[in-house]
Ligand binder design. Structure first.
Ligand code: MG
Length: 168
């Protein structure tokens, strides 16, 4: 059985993952508007990732005899200036999520809940990937100056991203 404190913390984190889904959907919509379909695809895959994160926690809380309490999802930012701005915001957001996951782990350690610690290890590893994938695109955008042929080539590369839940 999961403790009340951990149950509350997971419900909060599920809300953050669902906000992430919403935030990245807003970013995808921006890229659709400016004609960068590959970037749109990258963020639509990210949307699926965030729902997957939320559902993974949803199942875990239920398996541990806890209860899910859904909360209000914040309105995401809807206006962006450039691809670089979007990716910098996404990178900042993933660093923030990593901090939240680390705090969840701190609580699991404090509560001496070994099952939750084991469960959260997956998320600790996942956040390394999430930060890296955003940072890589930020760096590439800076290299190409965020425009021209370089931007179109990067867009083409990002069009190839697919969601693979089986690998999770
Ligand atoms: Mg996430």
């Amino acid at each position: 059985m999961i403790s009340q404190k951990l149950q509350d913390a997971f419900n909060e984190q599920i809300n953050k993952e669902l906000f992430s889904e919403y935030y990245y959907l807003s970013m995808a919509a921006y890229f659709n508007t400016i004609g960068l379909d590959g970037f749109e695809n990258f963020f639509l895959v990210q949307v699926q990732e965030e729902r997957f994160h939320a559902m993974k926690m949803y199942r875990f809380v239920n398996e541990r005899g806890g209860r899910i309490y859904l909360k209000k999802i914040d309105k995401p930012k809807t206006e962006f200036k450039s691809a670089l701005e979007v990716l910098e915001l996404a990178f900042e957001h993933e660093k923030y999520v990593s901090k939240l996951i680390n705090e969840l782990m701190d609580l699991a350690i404090k509560e001496n809940d070994h099952a939750t610690k084991s469960f959260l290890n997956w998320f600790i590893d996942e956040q390394v990937e999430e930060e890296d994938s955003m940072e890589t695109i930020v760096n590439k955008l800076k290299l190409i100056g965020g425009k021209g042929n370089g931007l179109l080539m990067l867009d083409k590369e990002l069009a190839g991203r697919v969601f693979t839940p089986s690998a999770k």
